[in-house]
Design a protein around this ligand. Structure first.
Ligand SMILES: Nc1nc2c(c(=O)[nH]1)N[C@H]1C(S)=C(S)[C@@H](COP(=O)(O)OP(=O)(O)OC[C@H]3O[C@@H](n4cnc5c(=O)[nH]c(N)nc54)[C@H](O)[C@@H]3O)O[C@H]1N2
Ligand SMILES: Nc1nc2c(c(=O)[nH]1)N[C@H]1C(S)=C(S)[C@@H](COP(=O)(O)OP(=O)(O)OC[C@H]3O[C@@H](n4cnc5c(=O)[nH]c(N)nc54)[C@H](O)[C@@H]3O)O[C@H]1N2
Ligand SMILES: [Mo]
Length: 762
């Protein structure tokens, strides 16, 4: 498809959903995309270096790589190959491009079109009143930003958003700069992603990260994959689950959709995967109602307690409960009382289905629960994950080999960014360590998260926005409200590799600061630098870019942040910004003295494969107030869906990276050449009087009475749980009310939006 032609939905075609994922076609699809973006030579160079010990970390998902010895020569997936091709593209956005296209025109273009224009090549500014971006020198750009920052009435009027692509070194510098400047306003993509996981795990286990390693996945007897679509979003996880199965373990998938990868998997890099029938991944598939997972785990917990009553001493791990946990009695009292009517109603499952899973649990000594956005982006995301922890604690499935919690992270370094201090509410111990190392007192007052950042801009309390990677206006909910909020700013700026909609929704002044990507060679002071990342399983390792940068004008993220800091705060002997830019090893020295677990960072990360951060839970240490793991009592209410309405989840197609579609296809679900589609159960379509391919507007219903409408979607009959529907993000973000958030974590409820389908244009 030509980059100049905006794809339309004219060619919508639907084929039956696939029952298996990956296999030979996947590699062919990736190569096709790569060759459409760049030369065969660059394609080969990128593919040979992804996830290799001396190469670069895949900028796709955060699933870990096997150890250097077990690693495959092609340790990447179809989608990883597409992400890297998208970054390695030879297409360029130049000053001529901006001369030709005014901002008002770019703001009417699709996400797809903007991304297809290629890599950004030089800093650009849009001045107040202008409708065009024009070139600006780096020095002048930093002056503009620094002057604006210094002119604010309070540092809290500035917002610094981070997306999880950012590497550890740049993330550490960013939070250092922002705190030295005087604010904790560090919203990040995690606020919209695994915040519910962090909140629940911090409260119950004392650390907001998963506890398992790849080896634990291989060794488990039973793995739950809940609210996750690994075939598309974490394809290499399927190879790991295949290994689990080969070792005799079993897998239970819990999802409203029968996702291809959960059913059957063909390994793309093994002959048997290409020709054989592949491995059946899920031994059992529970087609749950969206938002029903809390009730499911409460039902399982009730069954475990009753089984223990029937055969005392055989079901629960009493020693573990006594030595490592608190709150058991209180939890158990409530769990025994949950009503089966409620559980069956909210889950949409039968009692037999839940009992069969219970039997599999009883037969398993080592259980892992994996989850992603299907749990976190709900009003009851935090209590749901707390209930998962209850479930694991009951049989001592925490902190021992082959067992534990596994929130599967999204962006390649989203976990690392948090470790480095990108969080609006880092604990005091971290702030104290910063103070000891750098000799300034970081502000104590918590900053704003992503949702509160939008409120602050909307209400004029924040007027300066800097986005470091990401695409804020498309990632966030309530698109119309968010865009008005951004336009309210005096200055908006973005450190980016590629053009996206956030560049077209401008404050009075707007800046584009183009930067190196993960695959680009980074040379400072004549010396090749590497950066580091942390994956979903707390493995920290180095990443070295291998390609010639997209333009000679690009600066690395470290350089941009360091120079901005120096210009804003001035030189100080305590924070040698210039030295940090010249030698990233000096940043790592500082990290090793501030961040626990990073002692001797430079030496340890130099080893092939890097090192794993300790998780205290695996040593029986819980950083909770009681020093123990905590059982919790969790109430549930079913999401209320009025008659004639559906519960809509907004999710990813197979051909997108978050806010950026790569193509209009969702191959595994059988959707081709269109994204404005809504997948609805045939029984619901019949009840609503709608037919296959009818055109409808999606209208969301929320207590504020404001109408939120996403026009012109085609309905597709699809085997989703009755009463629920699914459509792609970010096209549907306009429907998610800003105030519709998860309790305690403030994460937008992107998987639970009450909608009605109205005839298009009604
Ligand atoms: N190719 C590709 N890979 C990616 C990304 C990408 O955009 N493209 N994004 C990355 C990022 S940042 C993230 S966070 C991850 C996201 O990874 P996922 O969480 O897998 O992403 P989603 O597409 O949001 O899919 C959510 C899944 O949860 C299910 N679900 C929805 N509601 C419920 C529910 O109430 N209960 C249960 N049990 N299931 C439910 C949906 O049917 C779907 O299968 O992927 C990462 N990897
Ligand atoms: N409705 C709905 N909304 C959601 C979700 C959902 O499931 N449903 N999911 C949420 C989740 S889980 C997440 S993580 C967020 C994602 O939100 P973000 O992380 O903000 O969005 P991305 O689409 O990943 O950002 C893409 C942009 O990042 C920039 N970029 C890419 N690589 C680099 C790099 O190496 N350096 C720099 N500086 N820039 C780079 C490019 O300019 C690109 O256009 O969206 C959230 N929003
Ligand atoms: Mo994410």
């Amino acid at each position: 498809m030509s980059a100049d032609v905006d794809p339309t939905d004219e060619g919508l075609a639907v084929t039956p959903p696939k029952t298996w994922a990956t296999g030979a076609p996947a590699v062919a699809h990736a190569l096709k995309y790569a060759l459409g973006q760049t030369s065969p030579r660059r394609t080969a160079l990128t593919l040979l270096n992804i996830n290799q010990a001396k190469g670069f970390d895949c900028p796709g998902c955060a699933w870990p790589e096997p150890g250097p010895k077990q690693r495959h020569k092609n340790e990447y997936c179809e989608n990883g190959a597409k992400h890297i091709a998208d970054e390695a593209t030879t297409r360029r956005v130049t000053r001529d491009f901006f001369r030709q296209h005014p901002v008002s025109e770019l703001a009417a273009k699709s996400d797809y079109w903007l991304n297809q224009q290629g890599r950004l090549t030089e800093p650009m500014v849009k001045r107040p009143g202008a409708d065009h971006y024009e070139p600006i020198g780096w020095d002048e750009a930093f002056d503009l930003l620094a002057t604006e920052l210094r002119g604010l009435a309070s540092p809290d009027e500035a917002l610094f958003y981070t997306s999880g692509r950012l590497n550890n070194e740049a993330a550490f510098l960013l939070q250092l700069f922002v705190r030295a400047f005087g604010t904790n306003n560090l919203p990040d993509c995690s606020n919209m992603c695994h915040e519910s996981s962090g909140t629940a795990l911090n409260e119950t286990l004392g650390i907001g990260k998963g506890s398992v390693s790849l080896q634990d996945i291989y060794d488990a007897d039973l793995i739950f994959v809940v609210g996750q679509n690994p075939g598309t979003n974490h394809p290499r996880m399927l190879s790991a689950l295949e290994e689990t199965k080969r070792n005799g373990g079993r897998v239970i998938a819990v999802n409203p959709l029968p996702e291809a990868g959960l059913l059957r998997f063909k390994h793309p890099q093994k002959a048997r995967g290409v020709i054989g029938r592949g491995t059946q991944i899920a031994d059992r598939f529970l087609q749950i109602r969206p938002g029903g997972d809390l009730a499911l785990f409460q039902g399982l917990n009730r069954l475990l307690l009753e089984a223990e009553d029937a055969a005392p001493g055989t079901v629960l791990d009493h020693d573990f409960i006594a030595s490592d946990t608190t709150g058991f009695e209180d939890f158990a009292e409530q769990a025994r009382k949950v009503s089966w009517d409620d559980i069956l109603d909210v889950t949409g499952l039968t009692r037999e289905e839940i009992e069969r899973v219970h039997e599999m649990v009883l037969a398993s000594k080592k259980v892992i629960v994996c989850w992603a956005m299907g749990l976190t982006q709900h009003k009851h995301g935090v209590p749901t994950i707390r209930e998962v922890v209850n479930f694991l604690l009951l049989r001592g499935n925490i902190g021992r080999p082959g067992a534990g919690v596994c929130p599967v992270r999204g962006h390649s370094n989203v976990q690392g960014d948090r470790t480095m201090g990108i969080w609006e509410k880092m604990p005091q111990s971290f702030l104290d360590a910063l103070e000891r190392e750098f000799g300034f007192t970081p502000p104590k007052k918590h900053g704003v998260d992503s949702v509160d950042a939008i409120r602050a801009m909307r209400d004029g309390r924040a007027t300066f926005f800097l986005g470091v990677a990401g695409n804020f206006v498309r990632a966030t909910p309530d698109s119309d409200v968010t865009e008005r909020a951004m336009r309210n700013c005096r200055l908006t700026a973005h450190i980016s590799t590629k053009l996206n909609r956030s560049h077209t929704v401008c404050g009075d002044t707007a800046l584009i600061l183009p930067t190196l990507g993960r695959s680009d060679r980074d040379i400072q002071n004549g010396v090749e630098q590497f950066i580091t990342v942390e994956d979903s399983m707390s493995e920290v390792h180095a990443s070295r870019g291998r390609l010639a940068p997209a333009s000679e004008h690009l600066l690395s993220e470290v350089a941009i942040i360091g120079r901005l800091a120096r210009r804003t705060l001035g030189d100080s002997p305590d924070i040698p910004w210039e030295d940090f830019e010249r030698d990233y090893g000096l940043i790592r020295d500082r990290i090793s003295r501030v961040v626990p677990g990073f002692e001797d960072f430079n030496a340890r990360v130099a080893r092939p494969g890097g090192f794993r951060l300790p998780n205290p839970v695996n040593e029986g240490v819980y950083h909770t107030p009681s020093g123990k793991a905590v059982f919790t009592r969790n109430d549930f209410e079913a999401p209320e869906v009025p008659e004639g309405h559906l519960l809509l989840q907004t999710l990813r197609s197979h051909d997108q990276w978050n806010t950026i579609p790569y193509a209009m296809d969702d191959r595994y679900r059988g959707i081709h050449n269109a994204r404005r589609v809504v997948l609805v159960n045939p029984a619901d379509l019949a009840a609503l009087g709608l037919a296959d391919r009818d055109e409808v507007d999606l209208v969301s219903v929320w207590r504020d009475g404001i109408e939120r409408r996403a026009p012109a979607f085609r309905v597709i009959p699809y085997p989703t749980t009755p009463g629920s529907a699914a459509a792609y993000y970010p096209e549907t973000n306009v429907l998610v009310p800003l105030d519709s958030v998860a309790d305690l974590s403030n994460t937008p409820t992107s998987k639970s939006v009450v909608v009605c389908l109205e005839p298009a244009g009604a």
